[in-house]
Design a protein around this ligand. Structure first.
Ligand SMILES: NC(=O)c1ccc[n+]([C@@H]2O[C@H](COP(=O)([O-])OP(=O)(O)OC[C@H]3O[C@@H](n4cnc5c(N)ncnc54)[C@H](OP(=O)(O)O)[C@@H]3O)[C@@H](O)[C@H]2O)c1
Length: 238
């Protein structure tokens, strides 16, 4: 189950899993985004039996509880959901609603997922959250984003102990070319991304496919828990 799987990094992971013949449930809020994701994944699903979708808001406890009750047993749960609306800017300009919205999707939401998914996880199951480079290289005007990503990693460490033997890990992406940059990158998206790429040791921005490989490694490695896997093109070094 990929919560946030209708776009960007989560959709890239869903595509990799479906290509590998794995059953996937893609979760997000918007019915139209879910339908579009279902069409894209359906084109890879030759059996027609691998892809399901479910609408839920990760920040609402009733939604999360219902999601797992209706989905039943699940092997791996991954969260990539994030809604950064109104969460970036100089601190004086950020409203409590914008801050709560981002913290709701990145910290409270994963906490609710942990609370409600545990009874449904199959033996050998795992929980994987998505943090981000902002925890290590905060941008000016990125106080909420930095705090949420850092808090999420601490949450994962605590849950790796409390929910053991369920494995709890985090994938921390650097800059990845997804629809979030359609608004964040400003008017000249490709120039902005090229300039960002130039700053990285890898010399390029990440792709959802780069990240999918990392999630697959985390899901498959039964000795990995309480860890953060950084896939950032070397961003933490510069
Ligand atoms: N892209 C980057 O450069 C980058 C860098 C560092 C970290 N990250 C992290 O990587 C993760 C994925 O980012 P992305 O770039 O792939 O983002 P994205 O393309 O905007 O996808 C976000 C997904 O989350 C879903 N979502 C948003 N709010 C939700 C909610 N309340 N409940 C359930 N689903 C919700 C969205 O669908 P709906 O709108 O339908 O709900 C969408 O499917 C995020 O946690 C982000 O912070 C990304």
């Amino acid at each position: 189950m990929i919560i946030g799987g209708s776009s960007g990094i989560g959709l890239g992971l869903a595509q990799a899993l479906v290509r590998a013949g794995t059953e996937v449930t893609v979760v997000s809020r918007s019915g139209s985004r879910l339908a579009a994701a279902s069409r894209r994944l359906g084109a890879l699903d030759h059996s027609g039996a691998l892809v399901r979708t479910a609408a839920a808001d990760i920040s609402r406890e009733s939604d999360v509880e219902r999601l797992f009750q209706e989905a039943g047993p699940v092997q791996h749960v991954i969260t990539t959901a994030a809604d950064g609306t109104g969460a970036s800017g100089p601190i004086a300009t950020i409203g409590v609603e914008g801050a709560q919205g981002f913290l709701g999707t990145k910290v409270l939401g994963p906490w609710l997922v942990a609370k409600h998914c545990a009874p449904y996880l199959l033996p050998g199951g795992s929980l994987t959250f998505t943090s981000g480079i902002a925890a290590y290289r905060p941008s000016v005007s990125g106080s909420v984003v930095a705090a949420a990503n850092g808090a999420l990693e601490s949450l994962a460490y605590a849950l790796a102990l409390e929910l053991a033997p369920i494995r709890v890990n985090v994938v921390s992406p650097g800059w990845v070319d997804t629809p979030v940059w359609d608004t964040l990158a400003g008017v000249d998206r490709s120039a902005a991304l090229a300039a960002m790429a130039h700053r990285l040791p890898a010399g390029r921005i990440g792709t959802p496919a780069d990240l999918a490989q990392a999630y697959l490694a985390v899901l498959c490695n039964e000795f990995m828990t309480g860890s953060v896997l950084h896939i950032d093109g070397g961003h933490r070094l510069v």
